[in-house]
Each structure stands twice: as C-alpha cells, then as structure tokens.
Design a protein around this ligand. Structure first.
Ligand SMILES: *Cc1c(COP(=O)(O)O)cnc(C)c1O
Length: 401
C-alpha cells in the first residue's frame, strides 16, 4: 500500500536524522527575520542563509516597481510565452540582458525562464541531443545533473575544477557536439570555476561552455554582470545561465548566448514551450533591480559585501588560531558563500542548533549534498548585514569552539 510504503521511507529518513522541514518566515527577506520553527514558536533570527546577496528583495525601489507592475499588468501572465504570456516587460528584460552580455558573447541574445532550475533543464536537454556529449563538472548543481539525466546525449564527468581531467575527456570524445557544463560559483563551497582555462579547453577541442552563474550574477565583476565580467571573457562559445531569485532579489532566470542558440531554445526547450510565463509584474520589477545592480547602489553593496566577507574571514581565522585543536576549516572562498567545514553530521547539526539558540540561523549541510565527513555550516553574507551581525556570529562561534 502506497501510504505504508512512504511511511517506511519517512521513518528511515528520520532514523538517520535527515528529515527536512520548512520554517515559516513571518516577515520579508532581510538579514533580520521573524521565523516560526518546527516547534511552532516565532523568533527573530539573524539570517546567514539567504542568497539575496545585495539585499535587493527588500529595496524600496524594487517593491515600488512590483506594485506598479501589478497595476499595469495585474496578476499572472495567463499562458506560456508562445501563446500570449510574453509581455512587453518580458521582452524588455530579455533585451536588457542581451545588451549586458554583448561585451562577453558576440551576438548575445537572452531568453527568459521562470526559474533557474527550468533554465538549466532547458539548455542541457535541448542542446544535449543524440549528436552531443556532455562533460559535466563533478560538483554541479542538482538542476544541471537532472538536465544530464533527461538529455539524449552521452554524459561523462570531470573532477572538481580539474582542467587536465576535462581536457583528457574532451580529447577522448568523438562526439560531433561537445558541451562542457559547469557552475561558475559552487553553491556549497563558494569557490569559482577556472573559467578562462575551461574556455581555452573549449576552444582547443571545438567544444561549447555552458556556465551556470546563479551565485555570480550581481555579485562578481565590476558592474555586477557576474563571473564572465570578473574574468573579462569573450567568446561565442559561452552559453550562460543566470538566475534572478538570488542577487536580483526577485524570481526568474535566463539563458544568454549567441542568438542562434537562444533562437533554437525557443523552438526546442519543452519547459519554455509548455509552461506558463512568469508574472509580468515580476519582469517589470526586474528592470528596476537589474538597473540597481549596475548602478551606484550595486557598486556600494558589492563593496559592503566584500568588506563583510573580509571581516568574517579574519574573525574566523583568528578564532581557529586561538583554538588549534579545533578540526574546523574555513573554505577558501572569495564569494559571499563562506562555508565552515566541521566534519561530522551530528557535530554540525549541534553547532547549528547552538547558534540558533543565540538567534543566528546558519544552516548545517550534510551528505549527500556534500561529501561524507565534510558536513559544514553554510554561512552566506548579504550586503545589508551590519558589522555587528557578523561580530555576533563570531562571538557565538567562539562560545561553541
Ligand atoms: C539556486 C540555483 C539554481 C536554481 O535557480 P532557481 O532560480 O532557484 O531555480 C541553479 N543553479 C545553481 C548553482 C543554484 O544555486
């Protein structure tokens, strides 16, 4: 019987202490949030877990644009993009993103999706046809992995950031179309993929480089265009996926590439064709948040973020020196994702619980999301954290050390 079958599986998950649950956020996305936990009690917590890196989700101009968009367009889009769901606002977001990426991708054109998960499935399944081989980075996001499972292409994997391994596999491939697929910033480690060397490999072996910049957009590069700007790359072999629910503070995603690639996605990507377009008010507000990213607000917030990263790293570095017997290690990350690797599952969950009692929410991440023995606190910083927020986290970690 289905219910017994599922209950047995739920019991097995609980027996391993791996049950997941949602909390209820009673207030908006911000570093200080009222959250109702599994015990039903609401608490004010300082959040070190959001991907709203620039704090734009709560920016008054973004909220005002969302209201204005709702007044102009109402609620939902009513249909998929090819039927009637593609509004003036959708069109303008795509055009703006095409202009953003023109310096990095010749003849750049963007196509919008409702989520990054959908955009990744679309690009990997539509391009990864029977003529292709996909060579996929070992630590890629689940949505890219799911794309490779659905694709008709042959799939192989290369070791994390291992360019030699990638080059060996490209050399061994006889596929007509070769697709390298990688995260730009790795979501559980915060490190940045060696994109210049990956692009060189793509050029040397006549391959294409699909880059998922979910955590780089808005954060990296002088004007927040992301990892391509950070490395000053330009090539028609680049196919970039960006998400708009993280640093852009709203929701949605896009693929930007040479126009032949995105023209083909519009014809072939099933989750573009058979899914309702995002609400036009969200697209209208994205025009504001994308302008903020590249303007003065974005520049100031990126600088604030870098200062907070440096403060946290210096503080944890000093803590580890004071406690030489601790087995914790701070991952080598130049991004707002600052993982503190603790080791055991029980240890990391006890540490996360102790921090939460102090009013600090820092999620513990366990296998299979990360390798066995590398359970970690995934600390993420937002530009709208204060120095005092970071200092409270450091003091609470000191008390647990
Ligand atoms: C969050 C994330 C996605 C999915 O984007 P959504 O818009 O949240 O669906 C894809 N790739 C990476 C690396 C991510 O971190």
């Amino acid at each position: 019987m289905l219910l017994d079958h599922l209950q047995a599986k739920l019991d097995a998950i609980r027996a391993q202490d791996l049950t997941r649950f949602t909390r209820i956020a009673e207030t908006g996305t911000a570093p200080h949030q009222t959250v109702r936990g599994a015990d039903g009690v609401a608490r004010e917590l300082t959040m070190f877990c959001s991907n709203d890196y620039l704090g734009l989700a709560a920016h008054p101009a973004v909220t005002a644009a969302l209201v204005e968009g709702a007044q102009v367009y109402g609620g939902g889009s009513g249909a998929s993009p090819l039927v009637s769901g593609h509004s003036r606002a959708h069109h303008e977001v795509e055009a703006l993103l095409g202009r953003w990426f023109e310096p990095h991708i010749p003849e750049a054109k963007a196509i919008g999706f409702c989520t990054g998960y959908m955009a990744n499935l679309a690009v990997v399944t539509a391009l990864g046809d029977a003529d292709a081989e996909i060579i996929s980075e070992a630590l890629n996001h689940a949505s890219l992995i799911d794309g490779t499972r659905l694709a008709k292409a042959r799939v192989s994997r290369y070791a994390h950031c291992d360019v030699e391994d990638l080059r060996a596999q490209l050399g061994a491939s006889s596929a007509r179309i070769k697709l390298i697929v990688t995260d730009a910033v790795f979501s559980m480690d915060g490190d940045i993929a060696p994109l210049p060397a990956l692009l060189q490999a793509a050029e040397d072996f006549d391959a294409w480089l699909i880059v998922d910049d979910a955590h780089g957009l808005g954060v990296l590069g002088e004007t927040g265009v992301g990892t391509l700007e950070h490395f000053r790359l330009r090539s028609e072999r680049l196919i970039l996926v960006g998400t708009l629910g993280k640093a852009a503070g709203l929701a949605g995603a896009f693929v930007v590439a040479h126009r032949t690639v995105t023209d083909y996605l519009l014809q072939a990507a099933r989750n573009y064709i058979f899914s309702t377009a995002s609400p036009p008010a969200v697209e209208h507000a994205l025009l504001t948040s994308l302008d903020l990213i590249r303007g003065e607000v974005g520049a100031q917030r990126r600088a604030a973020l870098r200062a907070l990263q440096a403060r946290l790293r210096a503080g944890i570095g000093a803590l580890l020196e004071r406690h030489p017997t601790l087995t914790w290690t701070l991952a080598d990350s130049q991004t707002p994702i600052q993982p503190l690797i603790v080791g055991g599952n029980a240890e990391v969950m006890a540490l996360a619980a102790a921090l939460e009692r102090e009013g600090l929410r820092v999620p513990g991440i366990r296998p299979p999301t990360v390798p066995k023995g590398e359970a970690r606190l995934r600390i993420t910083l937002c530009a709208t954290h204060s120095e005092a927020d970071v200092d409270r986290l450091l003091a609470a970690l000191e008390a647990c050390a």
